[in-house]
Design a protein around this ligand. Sequence first.
Ligand code: GUN
Ligand code: FE
Length: 437
Amino acid sequence: SRVLRGPLLSFMNDPGEDDTPQPGSVLHLEDGALWIENGRIHAIAEYLELESELPDGIEVVDYRDKLMMPGFIDSHVHYVQLEIMASYGRQLLDWLNEYTFPEECRFAERAHAEAIAEAFLDETLRVGTTTAQVFCTSHPTSVDTFFAAAHRRGLRMLAGKVLMDRHAPDALVDDTYGGIRDTERLIGDWHGKGRLGYTLTPRFAPTSTREQLDATGGLLRNAPDLHLQTHLSENLGEIDWVAELFPEASDYLNVYERYGLVGPKSTFAHGIHLTQDARNRLAQAGSNIAFCPTSNLFLGSGLFDRLACREAGLNVTLASDIGGGTDLSGFGTLKAAYQVGQLLNQPLTPWQGFYRLTLGNARALHLESHIGSLRKDAEADIVVLDPKATPLLERRTARTTSLSELLFALMILGDDRAVHATWANGQLVHQRSEAVS
Ligand code: GUN
Ligand code: FE
């Protein structure tokens, strides 16, 4: 048991889109204390209020020149694509064929999967992300390896085996029902183990037969507490292809609807080119769209209309989508989201941005009873930010006169260096080494 002392910030509710957050949506303590016991927040208060209750000799970690927030959440990311980030010059379908599928073939090999799973988790924690919803490959080994690594580190993670039984190299395609049986085995071994949860993961409509999509819907009907994630309406060429492959469907989303894949725990990555009718249907189902701004820009997929989703009442989560994305860091995602917002005349406020990265993502993923905010009994996943991490940040933040400005400076100028430390399950899992000066 120990106490983390210093400024802390947590959202308690959606702050809204205005420059000033909705009343009651933000908790900010200038000299706060998080008393951590058994991996959870045992108490949260002003340090001076809590001091007299603390047991003698309890360790107090001094973060008085830092800023503590709930650990960041990434709603859609491919751990297996870590090493093909920054692969040049292609849009989605060519990028998949030229870079992604060949790389994913390597995950038949356990040693490769183990090495990349560890590297991915190292990087994720280094940028302050403590929970992610993760695509593996179609190889069960890639899932066993990832879950085992996350479990050893005590992390709350969602992941699943990619289901794909056509339109990819032989080494990646499932036997239609074999892939389903593998999925059932993996659910049995990992779902609910420690802090792990299973996400059903049909890659996207073009790489699954109707039979595989139908069987996936069957799994979800039998176990509605499972998550599901896939891709939707990311790229115009992709959308045309889906229309050719599924002429019976009224639009791309309708393919997933036909097989019962659109539910309250479903995440659809991208969803850039959607009609308002499709947004309304997604909202009705309680699903969420993962906004992946660095990926959408990098693959030239398009500009995501966040406010059209809000108008439909559709949840938007934030995601890195590595390796289509260019930055695993939540700061990088926020910066790109802000820039996309500027092009659409809907700039993202720092309140809305950090809300989405923490409690907003937790809520949309139905994890809010565990993570996403700093409150009594929440799991102790905490990121400790350093507003003076770099000479530039130090200069900039010395001149900020409000919390809003400070958060915005972090959102635009922050990167892995601004993450001083990361705690997960009450344990220190990353500590930035002192810069060499
Ligand atoms: N659509 C289908 N597979 C993928 C993938 O791996 N990355 C992205 N960005 N889109 C996809
Ligand atoms: Fe993706």
